[in-house]
Design a binder for this molecule. Structure first.
Ligand code: SF4
Length: 346
């Protein structure tokens, strides 16, 4: 029998790493696939902010592939994925996370890849009961069916709690050597990791995806409400990850850098936004998103002053640059702390 080939969905977390390794250990040729949605937490945000400086700046999916000695295919799905986020047939989880539709979509994309590359089946690191919506015993068959993968989708970590799949029935893998993990506890996975000699892996705490983050979901919903349409592009979703976001008026929002790394990042966007910077005192770069009128700009300049080191000065000078690159300065009294209501923070 020629060697069978599988593609493993690699998120960068522990479960998918273990699932791929278990199948590799059965003599199957495994390659990884990682889908870039733009909502991933790791990498980008950690690289910008100082508070995460102690964490390794690595792409966990690439790192996992390296640990496993496996090829990894990173596939950009930003455009196609929009429909999943905007119109999830199975609805959202606790926030704006369309997890069930997301799983169906990704397994379907993996299926296309498998068919194009002459591979035999798909592996995921799913565990029954690990996630309340997308990883339940009753939703597992939904993913298999609606993705079109059917019995070519194997979940090695919980396979023995599910109907046998084609790789098991055909003897490509030994079902007895697969697992029956269930529930939210990660202890069985950690024990298996130790057994396989993995001591360093991405911690799942904090989530892998901004769509499960309450604060991020509120900002995304605010973006849609302010534009009167549910849509986004990659830059929109990147900018929601950075800075303080304040909406003092419906017509505009401010994105205020919190530190040097964010300042540098936002500077890359300054030609696309009206932006402000205090010139009389050190302070943050502020992007103004929306259609601010003259009074709005004065208010924005006062808020910019509030976040500058001139917050206690009588006046601050703020340089405002419009999208055409024309500059002018506003001399304004910075707002007092009490004049920045909590409700302005998105
Ligand atoms: S957490 Fe994000 S990436 Fe993971 S299944 Fe849900 S929507 Fe998809």
């Amino acid at each position: 029998m020629s060697q069978r080939k599988a593609v493993a969905l690699i998120s960068g977390g522990l479960d998918s790493m273990l699932a791929a390794r278990v199948i590799m250990d059965q003599g199957v040729h495994v390659e990884g696939i990682n889908f870039f949605t733009g909502f991933c937490v790791e990498g980008h945000t950690h690289a910008i902010r100082r508070k995460d400086r102690s964490r390794p700046k690595r792409n966990n999916a690439l790192w996992v592939a390296e640990q496993l000695g496996m090829r990894l295919h990173i596939v950009d799905i930003v455009e196609e994925y929009k429909d999943v986020v905007l119109n999830p047939a199975h609805g959202y989880g606790a926030h704006l996370n369309p997890c069930l539709d997301c799983k169906i979509f990704m397994v379907n994309k993996a299926l296309e890849w498998v068919e194009d590359h002459g591979f035999d089946f798909i592996i995921t690191g799913e565990v029954i009961g690990q996630r309340p919506k997308s990883q339940r015993k009753d939703t597992m068959p939904v993913v298999a069916r609606e993705s079109g993968a059917d019995d070519r989708l194997l979940r090695p970590l919980c396979a023995r709690n599910l109907e046998p799949t084609r790789p098991e029935l055909e003897g490509w893998v030994d079902r007895e050597a697969l697992f029956s993990f269930t529930g939210r506890s990660r202890k069985p996975q950690m024990a298996l990791a130790r057994e396989l000699g993995f001591y360093d892996y991405a911690q799942p705490a904090g989530g892998c995806c901004f769509l499960t983050d309450e604060h991020y979901a509120v900002k995304l919903a605010d973006l849609w409400a302010s534009r009167h349409r549910r849509d986004y592009d990659l830059d929109d979703i990147m900018l929601l990850k950075v800075g303080r976001h304040l909406r003092p008026r419906p017509a505009f929002k401010l994105i205020v850098a919190r530190e040097e790394g964010e300042n540098n990042f936002l500077r890359g966007y300054r030609k696309r936004f009206v932006h402000m910077e205090p010139v009389s005192h050190p302070g943050p770069l502020v992007l103004v998103d929306g259609e601010p009128g003259e009074q709005d700009l004065r208010l924005a300049a006062r808020i910019t002053g509030r976040f500058s080191q001139g917050r206690d000065a009588a006046m601050v000078t703020v340089e405002v640059t419009d999208r055409a690159g024309t500059r002018r300065t506003f001399e304004v009294p910075p707002l007092d702390a009490g004049d920045v209501p909590r409700e302005w923070y998105v």
